[in-house]
Ligand binder design. Structure first.
Ligand SMILES: Nc1ncnc2c1ncn2[C@@H]1O[C@H](COP(=O)(O)OP(=O)(O)OP(=O)(O)O)[C@@H](O)[C@H]1O
Length: 264
């Protein structure tokens, strides 16, 4: 997979209030002798208008961190904030509403509905919530993601990369405070993966979105402005303006097993 263009990591708007943050966030699974501490007193702030990648060895807590930040999983202790809302104080219904209104998700599996067209998939969350999309914003998202000539196609008529671009558009269209992407290129060949990463990058640079992406792929992480490295449930390192090589080198320090560049 080709790396990002040189200008991709120029976004350094670090002074805005964080889009999300965790304070002393711990998450334990199970109890007693079999308890696993997946997150161990994590403090982290996700800067608004930036692209943050989360990396770390298998089992280091990446998915757990993302799920807790997104309100999909409950903290055992500590605080999680999205903007100025503290998630651990919310009841189930408030949490569901907050996720619907303020968070967008992109998963490894594209999770598109097969019987709906690309356009219908993009506007589905708003339709369910009874909200009309902002027409100008919808047009801008479609244009940014290069989907203008694919809107009438059903998922099986689209390539994997195009399907994932539809999923990114669906995440963007409600203008969420932040988008969480969990291995968004895991099911794509390297060219389509690069394309989707380029569009996630554009959504930050051109649409001022905030993106948090979990990935194993140093090349994918190089599209981000910042990489956070997890090990044993703690943030142990961070890298600004990453390159695939600098990410790989940090990964090797954390996990001596051979890592791949995602180009294979
Ligand atoms: N539902 C669960 N029940 C019990 N243990 C869990 C559960 N989910 C995660 N864990 C444990 O918590 C730790 C962190 O898991 P997590 O999935 O967050 O790691 P990860 O870095 O995302 O891993 P991978 O890269 O393999 O997806 C691991 O030890 C895992 O086995």
């Amino acid at each position: 997979m080709a790396g990002p263009p040189q200008s991709a990591s120029e976004n350094t708007s670090q002074h805005a209030a964080p889009a999300a943050r965790a304070v002393g966030l711990s998450k334990a699974y199970g109890s007693g002798d079999t308890a696993v501490l997946a997150l161990d007193a994590v403090d982290v702030a996700i800067d608004a208008g930036r692209f943050t990648a989360i990396m770390g060895p298998s089992g280091s807590g990446k998915s757990t961190l993302m799920h807790c930040l997104a309100g999909l999983d409950q903290a055992t202790s500590g605080e999680v904030w999205i903007g100025d809302t503290e998630l651990t104080r919310l009841g189930d219904r408030q949490l569901t509403r907050l996720r619907r209104d303020r968070v967008g998700f992109v998963f490894q599996a594209f999770n598109l509905l097969p019987t709906l067209t690309a356009q219908e998939n993009i506007t589905l969350p708003g339709d369910i919530a009874g909200r009309r999309p902002d027409a100008a914003w919808l047009a801008q998202v479609i244009e940014t993601l290069g989907l203008g000539d694919r809107l009438g196609h059903r998922p099986h008529e689209l390539s994997g990369g195009q399907q994932q671009r539809v999923a990114v558009a669906r995440a963007l269209v409600g203008r969420p405070a932040l988008i969480f992407a969990d291995e968004p290129t895991g099911n794509l060949d390297s060219r389509s993966g690069a394309e989707v990463l380029g569009f996630l990058r554009r959504s930050v640079d051109e649409l001022q979105q905030t993106v948090v992406m979990v990935t194993h792929d140093p090349n994918a992480a190089s599209y981000a402005d910042l990489v956070l490295f997890l090990a044993d449930g703690r943030i142990v390192d961070r890298l600004e303006r990453p390159t695939a090589d600098s990410v790989l080198e940090r990964m090797r320090r954390l996990d001596p097993r051979p890592a791949t560049t995602g180009a294979e």
